[in-house]
Design a protein around this ligand. Structure first.
Ligand SMILES: [Zn+2]
Ligand SMILES: [Zn+2]
Length: 465
């Protein structure tokens, strides 16, 4: 068997691992590499193997850095099944089409600039039609039930606790009479997160491909995040302004809604209007609602005892659809909460809310996720006195609050506890989905714990097992 690490190797994004066994090939994930536009375009466009020669794609979860390059794979000739969990499949329906629209508008933007210098236009990485063709290849398998990937390879999904439908994949591989068990963590979640169940501890694994995003960090607990949210809301209510939360549409937005629902229901904060102003987040919430079987006991018991079976709905909450409805929020007076995408305030409706309110000292901007360098979100976290929005300078008079503790990834303690539980049979760990510092720190931690063979493969490197 040979594994080639074609993405998320010595970096976080672009998850893509090719496994060759018994004369067949399957892929674990096919994500988008995300970074500076020029570099990402070329890297995402080209596969270093024949896309049509891959038999099956096994998808760990619906995040763009894991699923976002699938339409391009299909455009390049892949026509096999794409297997994932039922919830991941439904989330992918929305996310992959949304990603296609982003690819189309990105290419349009680049081409406008190129036209000014008579440069040749570029093609979008893929378009809506490619995305629709890819979605036709999706099929689903539930957690905890074996299915065939290619001849001689059976897989089983386990709850990864990272986003709705996220899976750890355990593969039983038989080659020339030899049996090997290979596991792929996908992105590993955390214990005690709202809504989702905890990640599964798997067993009896020979080889492990594991993420290492936060291999050098310890997170604040989800309970602390909840307490901080309450404090931020109380002081915002006192000032009477709007609370604007740039949020990812998948997962974070639903967690926030659930947490605000809990706080109001318990009388911890006053009842105030909440707007979810992101069409994608509105769609994603319907997928969450349809998958109560994936909720943890906390969410299920809240649904039972609060007399409100739908944890993503309460009288003060408005799901905002049309642009006109979004604009109408502008004329309303605070206090109120506006949850809107994008998560790093780079695009989307949140920019309009920020432009209209950032100069008002009553406003609170609440940051609830990691912000990449050079994004508007990052500038706000760094307390820059003025920021550019839609090409205009705006003085930041709003108060900017940050809550760390909402991460959907296991931290160093979570990752090492999970991997060290495999000690004994486990021969080798391949660390992926992490920058060098976190990965090397985690590797040292694992070695210290008794997993001596930990390897950090380079991009496109192959290993034979
Ligand atoms: Zn993820
Ligand atoms: Zn990821």
């Amino acid at each position: 068997m040979e594994i080639t690490f074609h993405g998320a190797a010595q970096t976080v994004t672009g998850s893509q691992h090719l496994v060759q066994v018994n004369g067949h090939k399957f892929l674990l994930d096919c994500g988008l590499f995300q970074g500076a536009r020029q570099e990402t375009y070329y890297r995402n466009q080209h596969f270093l193997y024949e896309a049509r020669s891959v038999d099956t794609l096994v998808l760990s979860h619906a995040h763009t850095d894991h699923a976002g390059n699938i339409p391009n794979l299909v455009k390049n000739g892949f026509s096999g099944p794409i297997v994932t969990t039922p919830a991941s499949r439904e989330l992918s329906n929305y996310m992959i089409l949304d990603s296609a629209r982003i690819q189309e508008s990105d290419a349009e933007f680049v081409n406008k600039r190129k036209a000014k210098h008579n440069g040749p236009p570029i093609e979008p990485l893929y378009n809506t039609r490619d995305a629709e063709a890819a979605l036709k290849l999706f099929s689903s398998e539930p957690y905890n039930r074996p299915f065939e990937v290619i001849p001689g390879v059976t897989a089983q999904f386990y709850e990864a606790g990272h986003i709705l439908g996220s899976a750890i994949t355990v593969l039983d591989i038989e080659e020339r009479g030899q049996k090997v068990r290979l596991a792929f963590s996908g992105d590993l979640g955390r214990k005690g997160m709202p809504i989702l169940r905890d990640p599964t501890f798997i067993a009896d694994v020979d080889y492990l491909i594991m993420e290492s995003t936060y291999g050098d960090r310890l997170h604040k607990s989800p309970d602390e995040a909840h307490t901080r949210l309450r404090q931020v809301m109380l002081s915002a209510v006192e000032r009477g302004g709007k609370v604007i939360i740039p949020s990812f549409a998948v997962g974070r937005a639903q967690e926030l809604i659930y947490s605000l629902h809990l706080l109001m229901d318990n009388g911890d904060i006053p009842h105030l209007p909440v707007y979810l102003d992101s069409p994608l987040a509105v769609h994603i919430s319907t997928v969450f609602r349809a998958h109560r079987e994936l909720f943890d006991t906390g969410a299920l018991s809240f649904a039972r005892t609060s007399g409100n079976a739908d944890i993503f709905n309460f009288p003060e909450l408005t799901y905002v659809g049309s642009v006109d409805e979004s604009k109408a929020i502008n004329d309303k007076k605070g206090p109120m909460v506006i949850i809107s995408a994008s998560g790093m305030a780079e695009t989307g409706r949140v920019l309009h809310h920020l432009r209209n309110n950032i100069g008002n000292p009553r406003t609170t901007v609440l940051i609830v996720s990691w912000q990449a360098p050079n994004t508007l979100g990052r500038r706000l976290v760094e307390n820059e006195p003025t920021v550019r929005i839609f090409g205009e300078e705006h003085a930041v008079k709003a108060s900017v609050e940050v809550i760390n503790g909402y991460s959907a990834h296991a931290d160093q303690a979570g990752l090492s506890e999970w991997a060290l539980a495999l000690k004994g049979r486990l021969k080798k760990v391949f660390l992926v989905h992490g920058e060098p510092d976190p990965a090397n720190t985690l590797a040292a931690k694992l070695r210290e714990g008794g997993l001596t063979d930990v390897y950090y493969p380079k991009l496109h490197e192959s290993v034979t097992l």
